[in-house]
Design a protein around this ligand. Structure first.
Ligand SMILES: Nc1ncnc2c1ncn2[C@@H]1O[C@H](COP(=O)(O)OP(=O)(O)OP(=O)(O)O)[C@@H](O)[C@H]1O
Ligand SMILES: [Mg+2]
Length: 267
């Protein structure tokens, strides 16, 4: 397979917290990234859209030091991911809670693994503050089977926040939820992001979700994957697409663009 040279790149902004340059990765002879460049600003809410299989989850794994690229560079706060994974927490599509632990104790789990030095009481206090932040102040003693899907996902968000990461990587975190819960959790995550000042990299298939949440949307191409388009979204929050003709126009254009981008994958 031909490997093209990465395109000319503009110098990254001084405040870039995550900086990927010329990233290359192949799995079993199939090129996934062929010189991918992407930066994430400190404190930014970045949404990544792209066709299925283009490497969105893989990209998050590289940022979080769960996977190494074949070539190119990735720096998180100026350092390689193996030195910064403690600054990063994940939220996945399914909440991945331990069924035999209460909501509170699931939130404590990450702390036990990363901050074993903290006294148990301090962990529980932090868990309770976060339960409050995600709207579950009275549910800390419930086990996962006693929580709704949306509530479980809130626990997963609280568990991610508990380790006080600088960066939260979210991989389609709301896609398995019903539309009403999804709408509600979108509002919640914006509120939490505004309250905590975290940097969020949020993968989604949903164009409207990206427009509602993001400071910036990065649209990825089909494999070999590169950044097809970047859009800055400056509309004030909370956003309602139906009340904002400019956002609605962007949605319609992105849906067309996204369909184009997805097409070669489906041949
Ligand atoms: N460990 C692996 N070994 C081999 N191939 C892999 C591995 N992990 C991912 N892939 C392949 O790499 C490509 C990117 O996978 P990835 O899961 O990152 O896609 P994605 O963009 O997150 O897709 P989706 O939107 O469906 O979640 C896919 O073609 C996938 O089959
Ligand atoms: Mg994925």
């Amino acid at each position: 397979m031909a490997i093209s040279q990465p395109a000319d790149r503009a110098a990254p902004a001084a405040s870039a917290l995550i900086e990927m340059r010329g990233l290359r990765l192949a799995f079993g002879g199939q090129t996934i990234f062929d010189g991918l460049d992407l930066t994430v600003e400190d404190g930014e809410f970045l949404c990544i859209l792209g066709p299925s299989g283009c490497g969105k989850s893989t990209l998050l794994r590289i940022i979080g030091d769960l996977l190494a690229a074949d070539a190119g560079s990735i720096l998180v706060d100026g350092k390689p991911p193996r030195e910064t994974w403690r600054d990063i927490a994940f939220v996945f599509q399914s909440p991945r809670l331990l069924p035999w632990r209460s909501a509170r104790d699931n939130i404590c789990l990450g702390l036990e693994l990363r901050r074993g030095d903290l006294p148990k009481r301090a962990m529980r206090e932090r868990a309770d503050r976060l339960l409050d932040l995600v709207g579950l102040a009275r549910d800390g003693g419930k086990y996962p089977r006693m929580l709704s899907g949306g509530e479980r996902q809130r626990v997963a968000i609280a568990r991610a926040l508990a380790v006080e990461p600088r960066i939260i990587l979210m991989d389609e975190p709301f896609s398995a939820l019903d539309p009403k819960t999804r709408r509600h959790l979108r509002e919640e995550i914006v509120r939490i992001w505004q309250a905590t000042g975290k940097t969020i990299v949020f993968v989604t298939h949903d164009v409207e979700e990206a427009l509602l949440l993001a400071d910036r949307i990065v649209l990825l191409s089909p494999k070999p994957t590169r950044v097809a388009e970047t859009l800055a979204i400056t509309a004030p929050r909370p956003r309602r697409i139906e009340d904002n003709p400019a956002l609605a126009a962007r949605r319609d254009r992105l849906l067309g663009r996204f369909a184009d981008a997805a097409a070669p994958e489906q041949r």
